[in-house]
Write a protein that binds this ligand. Sequence first.
Ligand SMILES: *[C@@H]1O[C@H](CO)[C@@H](O)[C@H](O)[C@H]1NC(C)=O
Ligand SMILES: *[C@@H]1O[C@H](CO)[C@@H](O)[C@H](O)[C@H]1NC(C)=O
Ligand SMILES: *[C@@H]1O[C@H](CO)[C@@H](O)[C@H](O)[C@H]1NC(C)=O
Ligand SMILES: *[C@@H]1O[C@H](CO)[C@@H](O)[C@H](O)[C@H]1NC(C)=O
Ligand SMILES: *[C@@H]1O[C@H](CO)[C@@H](O)[C@H](O)[C@H]1NC(C)=O
Ligand SMILES: *[C@@H]1O[C@H](CO)[C@@H](O)[C@H](O)[C@H]1NC(C)=O
Ligand SMILES: *[C@@H]1O[C@H](CO)[C@@H](O)[C@H](O)[C@H]1NC(C)=O
Length: 491
Amino acid sequence: MRSWLLVLPLLVSSGVSTLLVRDGSSKVIRVPFSKERVAHNQVSKREPADGCQTTEYLRLTPQRFQQDFLFYANVTVGTPPQHIRLHIDTGSSDIWVETADSEICRKEGGNGCDIGGTYDNATSSTAEYVEGDFSIMYVDGQYASGAYGKDTLGIGGVGVKNVQFGIGFEGTSDEGVLGIGFERRQSRVNQGLEPYPGLVTQMVAQELINSRAYSVWLNDLNAAAGEILFGGIDTGKFKGPLVTIPLSRRTDLPSPIDFIITLHGLTVENGDGEPRELMNTSRSVPALLDTGASFTYLPQDVAAQLIELVGAVTVPEYKGPAVNCSKRSLEGSVDFEFAGATIKVDLKDFIIDATDEPNEDNHILCYFGILGMSEGSVLTLGDTFLRSAYVVYDMDNEAISIAQTIFNSTSTNIMEIGSGPDAVPSATRSTTDADSIPVTATTSAGSTNDPAAKSTGSPNVSNSAATTLNNASTKLLTPFLVSIFSLAILL
Ligand SMILES: *[C@@H]1O[C@H](CO)[C@@H](O)[C@H](O)[C@H]1NC(C)=O
Ligand SMILES: *[C@@H]1O[C@H](CO)[C@@H](O)[C@H](O)[C@H]1NC(C)=O
Ligand SMILES: *[C@@H]1O[C@H](CO)[C@@H](O)[C@H](O)[C@H]1NC(C)=O
Ligand SMILES: *[C@@H]1O[C@H](CO)[C@@H](O)[C@H](O)[C@H]1NC(C)=O
Ligand SMILES: *[C@@H]1O[C@H](CO)[C@@H](O)[C@H](O)[C@H]1NC(C)=O
Ligand SMILES: *[C@@H]1O[C@H](CO)[C@@H](O)[C@H](O)[C@H]1NC(C)=O
Ligand SMILES: *[C@@H]1O[C@H](CO)[C@@H](O)[C@H](O)[C@H]1NC(C)=O
């Protein structure tokens, strides 16, 4: 965090040239990020209704639920630099920023977008106008629209020139997004247009990193920060082998456009007996790694067994599991098996506070971070899984490299990712044969930020999965909240 503050004077004093000169020894861009719950959707507590036995219950809004645990990076846009924080998202592929003129920033009683910051192209000497038809819509119904601009984007102390991004004049969110997924997931492509070079591609083109790859260390839920390294890995943040697994592609596309790998098995060890195998190789399934999803979505029957195991409560017609926070004392883990790699997630790491407040009395309701998938969606490994993994997203090689994370690691050993096949240092390729099961359903079961076309005309058929997201997850989530709500009253 301190290093970020040090960067600012440099950017300012460098005047016309905002590009920082680096020592050239390492082409890695290191970006710490913070994790936050969204402030403007606080959980409200009320007095219980007559007849209820608990001292309090929770009232949650769908929006708040969906925006749980966002990851924010500080960036600058323009010359001189304008400070903005953006929500990092590997599941979408557009960057967009707020502008002070936008509807939402001017709204009376609002915060004027003070928290996230805004961009003004008029005061940037490097601003360029691209075109006026930016629009993006996310699964949770959030959207932004406005114009496309280009400017220098400062990130991790490095200036990336000519980065294209949306400027949101209208929309639902007062903070912008840093989408770093595959370019073929850009909202323009969804609307049938050609992609533009994204941030990571620009980093490579400007020789700031060697290949289109970055690694994400989400770290422990309760840790304040995590880290993303563009063009590098940090071997101090994981243990055991870093295993490379090819991405799966959709049956109707020539190459992968999502971070989907094959899950070969799932075993639960509950501490007091034999490990129980819930899925094995005879039931290998495509699994989407999605930092935009707070929870993990497994096949209904598998989720049901885990929900039962921890004693979470579901209302059958709603599918949503809630659990007493005291269950965090449970021993045991869920092992996710991939070709050559096993990621172990402690059961307690699936149990998540439903409020920001200290939870000493263990009476407050917690979420259980595993849900059943809705029909037609892909198994989704969201944050409740990803925190336990160190993941390299290698778009050039269409692969993921994955290892067991080390929570709260203070050791650092950053290595540059090279270019070409096997560019990820210290990674071993899985020895299992061709692993990519072509994917028919690619709808994330839980992403908050998967873009769907804000339809201008008919949606592009090859990307139609994204357009249906809206419905799929709202259907799943809204009832879930209703059930949490009613459970909370009942308990
Ligand atoms: C971003 O900047 C703010 C304000 O300077 C600082 O408080 C925060 O810690 C920074 N966050 C990260 C992840 O560097
Ligand atoms: C700034 O944005 C406005 C509105 O989109 C546009 O008309 C103008 O050309 C832009 N100016 C620059 C320098 O990019
Ligand atoms: C859909 O997108 C693909 C890939 O970008 C493109 O080749 C195709 O022409 C688009 N189809 C339509 C109907 O716009
Ligand atoms: C990591 O650090 C956080 C915050 O200090 C703490 O709450 C958590 O228990 C730590 N996790 C582990 C596994 O030590
Ligand atoms: C995989 O699981 C199925 C169903 O539980 C079981 O019948 C089968 O024997 C298992 N296969 C292996 C190789 O363990
Ligand atoms: C949660 O579990 C604790 C410890 O077992 C118990 O004292 C408490 O009553 C439970 N809370 C609810 C709401 O069931
Ligand atoms: C979304 O849901 C609404 C109401 O449930 C339905 O009318 C509409 O056709 C659905 N849209 C899609 C794209 O599935």
